[in-house]
Design a protein. Structure first.
Length: 291
């Protein structure tokens, strides 16, 4: 297994992420002909924030690296990430047949990697749609995304998650298309989305400066918990509503990620690129980055 010291990886990872993001076409089956991209302004009840209006088969990224929180070492990982749509809304999936130790490691998938910014090591993520303003990137597999995964609540019920927060800095694009966000991956592989930004549209975020989300693991965070993959129709749910949904389905947490995949959205990526930095990523009493 190939290992990288952080001092080497800080030089290599941006090139790896851009040149080998491995967002590969996997029988996308995209149904539209190229068309202007849709953007959503949620109505707070019946329309999902990540509504595309088209369906497409999985676009898969096999680029992943496990990150040792203590040493800063990067080890080639076994995780894959994918995005697809079967209900006209974006769905993300993360699968790792050999996940790292839940307490000592995190995982970078796709374009996500550690980077230096203003003297700190933070998390870089980017989503790109080279065919902007058309949906062609979803058909030809050139659409990219990036997620940083944490595992410290693996196999815990959702109500064990009592603090979920981050600081984010939008470098290009904006909030939009349900991105940036947290993804809570459940034991079934289904995900609960927790959107960053102001409800109900989750757009119009402050850019080019660090912004704090505050704690999302509370009903005071509002209707930003999307549990529709588990409980159909619950696009705008509360924290307690998400717990009830997960408990009713008998599901526990597998992992939690933060990242971007909104380059298809004219709100989140008006020029086809959405780039977001993250730091102080907190899941309960565990905070990651700056390193």
């Amino acid at each position: 297994m190939q290992r990288f010291r952080w001092s080497i990886a800080v030089l290599l990872l941006p090139a790896i992420a851009y040149l080998a993001a491995a967002c590969e076409r996997a029988d996308t089956g995209l149904q539209p002909t190229p068309k202007p991209r849709a953007d959503l302004v949620g109505d707070g009840s019946s329309t999902p924030v990540d509504y595309l209006g088209v369906n497409f088969g999985p676009i898969v990224s096999t680029t992943s690296y496990n990150y040792d929180w203590e040493t800063g070492e990067l080890t080639e990982g076994t995780a894959t990430g994918s995005v697809s749509s079967t209900t006209n809304a974006l769905e993300a999936r993360i699968v790792d047949p050999s996940p790292p130790d839940p307490n000592g490691f995190g995982t970078f998938i796709g374009t996500a990697h550690p980077t230096r910014f203003d003297g700190e090591t933070v998390v870089y993520t980017q989503s790109s749609c080279p065919s902007w303003p058309l949906f062609t990137c979803l058909a030809d597999g050139t659409f990219t995304f990036g997620y940083m995964v944490m595992y410290n609540l693996r196999n815990k019920p959702l109500d064990d998650l009592t603090y979920l927060a981050t600081m984010y800095n939008i470098q290009s694009g904006d909030c939009g298309g349900g991105s940036p966000r947290f993804g809570v991956v459940m034991s079934s592989g289904q995900e609960i989305h927790v959107y960053i930004g102001e409800p109900p549209a989750f757009t119009g975020c402050v850019t080019n400066s660090w912004q704090a989300t505050g704690n999302f693991a509370t009903d005071l965070a509002g209707l930003r918990w999307d549990t529709s993959q588990i409980c159909p129709g619950t696009f705008y749910n509360t924290y307690s509503g998400a717990i009830a949904c997960a408990d009713a389905a008998g599901l526990v947490i597998n992992s939690i990620w933060v990242g971007v995949d909104g380059a298809w959205s004219s709100g989140g990526a008006p020029d086809g690129n959405q780039t977001v930095l993250f730091k102080e990523i907190q899941v309960n009493n565990v905070t990651r980055f700056p390193h």
